[in-house]
Design a protein around this ligand. Sequence first.
Ligand SMILES: [Zn+2]
Length: 430
Amino acid sequence: MGNSKEEIAKLKEAVNIEDVIGTYVELEYKLGGKCLGLCPFHDDSTPSMHVHTEKQIFKCFACNEGGDVIAFISKIKSCTFAEAVNLLRQEWCNGSTPPPQHIERREKAKAQKPPATPAQLAAMEASNVKFMRSMYGHHPALARIHEVKLDDHSWMDGNKYHPDCADITQAYVDFEVSQAGGTVPSAFKAMRGRIVFPIRDENNRLVAFAGRTTQTITDENRSYTPKYVNSQTSDLYNKSRTLYGLHLAGEPIRTETFAFLTEGYKDTLAMVAAGFKNTVAQCGAAFTDDQAELLKRYTKRVAVLMDADDRGREIAAAAIVVLHRHGMQTSELLLPPGEDPDSLFRRIGKRAFRSIVAESQLTGHLQALKESTGVDLANMCMEGSGNSELIRMNGEEMTDPLYDPEANGEEGNNESFSVRDPSECRSTPS
Ligand SMILES: [Zn+2]
């Protein structure tokens, strides 16, 4: 057997990294599928090595050692890549695979764990609060530090800021976004140095964190630098039952009578900064039935606004299926190709961003109307002869898509919401 790309891929598919590492290191399974162990490559006292079972990679958050199953073997056996490949083939691919005892252990741990008591839940939240207080920028008084940290472009994948972006900083302060320092409690080691988005449930309990790397993800570091590190699932936090931002969006959703649903944390913050405070984000790759039921307590109408790429369209389509299953009305909003709310806001500034969202809302509502009734009002409306009162979905009147949530505020006026050619709004490169 050779070592061509295909053959290596085949080998990696055939062996399970947890099984291999599990023969060298005692692995501990946490609820939610997270897998931890003492790192064999440095003097480790708290489990610092994470085994990512989905991606089939390992990573030590203390000594930075990481990689795939072949990297693990060549490191621990001090052997070459080819030798590691041979060893894996001999020991793991000829039918003599040792029984995966850890799977039994994991199942046992799951079955035996009683639900947390209220006191335990309070202790878990207290530990989260303590971590949050340890971070830079957790307090509004530190907004200036915040601004400096968060305006550092390096973690934004090279996105340049438009001058009309100041409100993003305020949204980051309101949502308590911080940066973890170099020294953090051991339970939060994985968050070290990351931009941290605290996640609150609808009752404002601090249930989890999502930490985004400040590094630009490249092909080289992709396998061992996860873009986001998330709190594990616990009795306090279940991402499939949580909507990011709902603790602040609840009232605005009721007032506006609909919600925007976005893909990520940064997208929600961009929307809020633009004045669309009735925005939440799904906390995982898929919108769930539990999230639909949660949202339904606030509204039955959802404007789905995912990234304008293939994956975003898929995520949106899947979310819409779930929302319809729960009897909710939807419209899908489309941004210019390749953009997400965060990138677009930063590139073109608040005013232009608001126009595009409004325009997209109109298009989305008309599309939904066309699909449900066959009536095509798009041309009429786009030519200016349309009347927003005519826009109804399933026989019910929709919120005026050009309604300006800040009409009474200093920022807003209807003029800023007029549909403009997006190209007019682009910032000129400096
Ligand atoms: Zn290590």
